[in-house]
Write a protein that binds this ligand. Structure first.
Ligand SMILES: Cc1cc2nc3c(=O)[nH]c(=O)nc-3n(C[C@H](O)[C@H](O)[C@H](O)COP(=O)(O)O)c2cc1C
Length: 437
């Protein structure tokens, strides 16, 4: 490995059915509910040495467009999607080294349940499980669980502090060596090494111990994405890996420096958390073809302004349907994803809503990567040298076996030839692979 190799992960957006009907998507509109595409994805990125597959989630159908679900259902936007812990369990059975990280929202699962689900996944995978810890961002999801609305943005993080404390205490409720399995004495588990936690909090309480037993990693990996000032502090305290969507190398570098400062302030070594930036590269056989693909993306965006704004509205709880597309974006606020909205507004500047959404939804994540596999590998190298680390999180709004192969069998070998990513896993556990370099 050279001095500065980086990490790769994949962000799977729900069922990914939204690409149905497009070229090279096979029969996804009929087959989406079976696991075949997910298994092909997981095995492909494992072959390519990715650290983990993060299963994104939300627990409602969007309605942030003319107060209707129509645009979301008609286009398969974030719907249908299955329970991520169930999908995670199946993917664990289909892989050997890849980390599997389902999203579980703190408002929807009791901390005992989360500790048990993720702990079970860690056992079933021999130490490859993680938990993408999100607090939820839509009142519509809260209403599916009998609440009127989600708590206010910063309070959600206060509640999450308690939540994470319970989950980690439950994971710690089995001391190392608790399972003795001593045939002579007939003792399977040393009961003095399994402890109640008796946590009584303001928002959550739990007695413990965890009945599913110890986790191979001790504590499974925690992933986080909070990008607001409060969210960043929270992530710096608790996360083993952070996924971020910030625009441009300068902002990426600043985000990482801030994370490291927050980690030091929290008494943590910055090397113990890996920050990955979301990207959607445009890759083709030649530079000209890649540029043509990128140009088509922009043309497609102009033809689908409504769905793109609905998608932004889905994460920010804003209904853009009544907005004037040809007026400047202006001031906006949200109780949803604050950092995503801030990034959108920053990029928008004084431009119109139409121009802003086309730009925001076609610039491929944190940095624009366009070219042949080797050109994109060189661009990624340059960005990482400027930012300082720690890697990239690929996502594809329109995923197919072909688009997966462009990354795993096109781009990754080019990165490997440059010595920028691993060729083989060094460890069994997800955290050990994450912290390997
Ligand atoms: C790359 C990325 C992935 C995310 N994945 C999810 C997800 O799967 N489910 C979810 O509810 N929120 C997800 N979020 C939202 C964050 O968890 C968080 O709620 C959001 O960034 C708002 O927090 P903030 O206001 O602190 O920025 C994601 C955010 C980013 C940037």
């Amino acid at each position: 490995m050279p001095a500065n190799p980086f990490h790769l992960a994949w962000f799977l957006q729900g069922s990914s059915i939204q690409s149905w009907g497009e070229k090279w998507t096979g029969n996804i509109s009929e087959e989406w509910m079976t696991l075949d595409l997910f298994i092909d994805l997981a095995r492909s990125i494992e072959r390519a040495g990715f650290d983990y597959l993060l299963l994104e989630d939300s627990i409602y159908i969007g309605q942030n467009w003319q107060n209707s679900r129509e645009i979301f259902l008609r286009n398969g936007m974030s719907v249908p999607r299955q329970e991520p812990s169930v999908v995670a369990a199946m993917l664990i059975g289909a892989t050997r080294k890849l980390g599997i990280v389902p999203t579980l929202s703190t408002f929807a699962y009791h901390p005992y349940l989360t500790a048990r689900i993720v702990g079970s996944l860690d056992q079933l995978s021999s130490g490859r499980a993680g938990w993408n810890m999100v607090t939820g961002s839509s009142d519509l999801s809260a209403q599916n669980f009998g609440m009127d609305r989600l708590p206010e943005h910063d309070k959600r993080y206060d509640m999450a502090e308690e939540y994470v404390a319970i989950v980690t205490k439950l994971w710690d409720s089995w001391e190392p060596g608790a399972i003795v399995a001593d045939r002579q004495s007939g003792v399977l588990i040393d009961h003095t090494k399994v402890h109640q936690i008796d946590f009584v909090g303001e928002y959550y309480s739990s007695r413990g111990p965890l009945n599913s037993g110890p986790c191979p990693q001790g504590r499974p990996v925690i992933a986080q994405a909070g990008g607001s000032p409060r969210g960043k502090k929270f992530a710096a305290q608790h996360a083993d890996t952070i996924v971020a969507h910030v625009k441009g190398p300068a902002a990426m570098k600043a985000y990482r420096q801030e994370l490291h400062a927050n980690m030091r302030a929290a008494g943590r070594d910055p090397a113990t958390c890996k920050l990955l930036f979301i990207v959607t590269p445009t890759i083709a056989e030649t530079a000209e073809e890649a540029q043509a693909k990128a140009a088509k993306r922009v043309a497609d965006a102009h033809a689908s302004i409504d769905t793109r704004l609905a998608q932004l509205g889905w994460i920010t709880n804003i209904d853009f349907s009544g907005f004037d597309y040809d007026a400047p974006v202006g001031e906006l606020s949200t109780n949803g994803h604050q950092e995503s909205l801030r990034q959108f507004l920053l990029k928008a500047g004084k431009r119109t809503l139409r121009e802003a959404i086309v730009d925001y939804s076609t610039t491929g994540g944190s940095v624009d990567l366009v070219g042949t596999p080797d050109q994109v590998a060189a661009q990624m190298d340059e960005v990482m040298q400027e930012v300082g680390g720690d890697g990239f999180l690929f996502t594809q709004g329109h995923m197919s076996r072909r688009s997966i192969a462009e990354i795993t069998d096109g781009l990754v070998p080019a990165l490997q030839q440059r010595g920028l990513v691993r060729r083989a896993y060094a460890h069994q556990h997800l955290r050990d692979n994450l912290l390997d370099f």
